[in-house]
Design a protein. Structure first.
Lengths: 261, 261, 261
């Protein structure tokens, strides 16, 4: 039974690029290899947005699976490729920060440099896909790879409480307009978030357990989302539209200390 | 050989939510389980639109297949989950009306309540996906489930002829701008539809057999579509745009009785 | 081990049409048949745009694979269906020009006419999908098919140099705004392209090896793309948006003869 290969990219859906990577995987690893789209909608060239999606999804993927992650504005330059092993799941990616949000410990190896036959504009298909396919059929390959001791890691700020404010950042806004913040469930456990600072004043946030707990159309909600982070949602529509939020933007939340329980 | 699992949702394509459900299915049922997107573009939270897509596609899916249907604005509340068996195909869904457009007879069972380890914001991944996976490998599971005698059913109006008018509703507008109406081929068989009432007057509808039967750019067409319903199409573009139609909107058609044949 | 079936269409992602074709393939060829989306985003009814995507992707697909190509504005009319064999890969499509950009030699056969049970609005599902599925399990079927000696072929202009100008056409604009031109790497090898003629004057094109070779935000790039054609890219954004280009539009490039090497 073949190990599945998941694909994350910023390739969108206007082209056959993703299919060409899948074809490269099937050609190498066998036609019965399951290849599954993780997402093709990472923002164009936004490595940190890709890092978010990878860290949110990877814990949910089966052990032994391989994820091919291609957000690669530096394709064709000298940047390295890497293979990583995180809690039993493999990742193949350019060494540009895509693994920045995966918590330690993680094993990382350098991929061998691409051969001369590889195009200079599509390493996802010509280089990374065959590497991911090889890893899916031969995980022992890593024994022959050189460890990568200094992978590129992007600064990922954690949410930071200071007095009655909590500075946070939007990691992602989803299809429903929910705004995923860089505030883990653990961090949020010690605080009570009461509102969000906007140009028009502080809007109250109601801490709830599920999206349906709000009054339709009237409330901004604050809840533990399914991706490991706290979310701002709107009971009647898109919180991202209401608040004008997008990935990478900063937000300031008002907090009070949780009552000791 | 594994039974395929199809997935219908309103999750869009901005996130890894669908992939996380697929991962849950593969983890439970085996990596060689075919998982296939039915659609992720049900309108956000629109259960009736999901019910349309489910009823249009289900007759085309292989017998023995399982369809995981997740349009679930009430996730985390007390609403039940169900498993249904319709003409040899299984459906797993929240009990909120998603099976409303499947004609009787249908067997329906209650799913057991989710355990405490299930998130309150993503039952699709944490609860319904494993249930669908289980049903795909063990259809006999239903023998241990309690029948659901009173599933939530939404009102689905059939098209209604009255004199020389036929009141109908738009079930769906497709990628080509074709407007699928709640008029079955059977109902249409006894009528001759001649036009559609618009604010600017009655526009003629030409009954045709296929989309290419119209004069490009000039005609509104009325034909038996491939999804089991009558459609209004435009020979030169999008009927939905021309007429300003969207799912859920009502339309009034002019009819005359068919000549006896 | 099953042969994969790839699917190319202009069906978009608003419907379950692609899934219904996949279900038809699995029902015929077996549930373990890999079915993979090549693209569903061919421009609506634009056969030449479909022909581009087919010719760009086909060389990358595994030998023995079958590609189901459905861009079919003439569905339900008398147009024929065809099966083609190109360098070991099969294609099943309406006979309307979809194979126009595949270089000779190619073997082409007529598909038998659809039976009476086939809908007049969705041959992709009811006729072409079962034909593709049959070919995937029984390639010898072609021995029983009649050769098609005069397939419909659309005019595909090659780029044409004349003095210091090169008249070309946009075949496709991709998700990143790269403009793929009908200029093969071979044709480009004998020329040095220096600029593009726009209403505001001639803008310089810098010939580079990879997308990262430009100065962000300042330059238009000209490079050998991964799809077999020369591309105009922008180092800081979307060349398609900057230049207002879309598939089917003509462009005029300025050239000088390459120095003899």
């Amino acid at each position: 039974m073949r190990t599945p290969v998941f694909i994350l990219s910023d390739f969108g859906d206007q082209d056959t690029y993703t299919a060409q990577m899948k074809a490269a995987i099937l050609s190498f690893a066998g036609f019965d290899t399951p290849v599954i789209d993780l997402t093709w909608n990472v923002q164009r060239g936004n490595v940190l947005h890709g890092a978010f999606h990878l860290s949110a999804a990877l814990p949910r993927l089966p052990e032994g699976s391989v994820t091919l992650a291609v957000v690669d504005p530096g394709v064709g330059t000298g940047r390295l490729g890497l293979a990583a092993l995180w809690r039993g799941r493999y990742v193949v990616a350019p060494d540009n920060g895509l693994v920045s949000m995966l918590p330690e410990p993680m094993s990382i190896w350098k991929l061998p440099p691409p051969g001369d036959e590889v195009s200079s504009t599509f390493h996802g298909r010509d280089f990374f896909a065959p590497c991911a396919a090889r890893l899916s059929v031969d995980p022992g390959w890593t024994e022959f790879l050189e460890p990568l001791s200094d992978p590129v890691l992007l600064r990922v700020s954690p949410g930071e409480p200071a007095g009655d404010r909590l500075a946070a950042e939007v990691l992602h806004t989803d299809h429903f307009g929910n705004c995923l913040l860089n505030i883990t469930h653990e961090l949020a456990g010690g605080l009570t978030v009461t509102g969000i600072v906007t140009p028009g004043g502080i809007l109250p946030l109601k801490t709830v357990r599920c999206y349906a707990d709000g009054t339709p159309g009237e409330e901004l909600l604050f809840l533990s989302g399914s991706q490991g982070f706290m979310e701002i949602a709107s009971s009647g529509g898109s919180a991202a539209e209401l608040l004008g939020l997008a990935p990478g933007m900063g937000v300031s939340l008002t907090v009070k200390e949780s009552e000791p329980s």
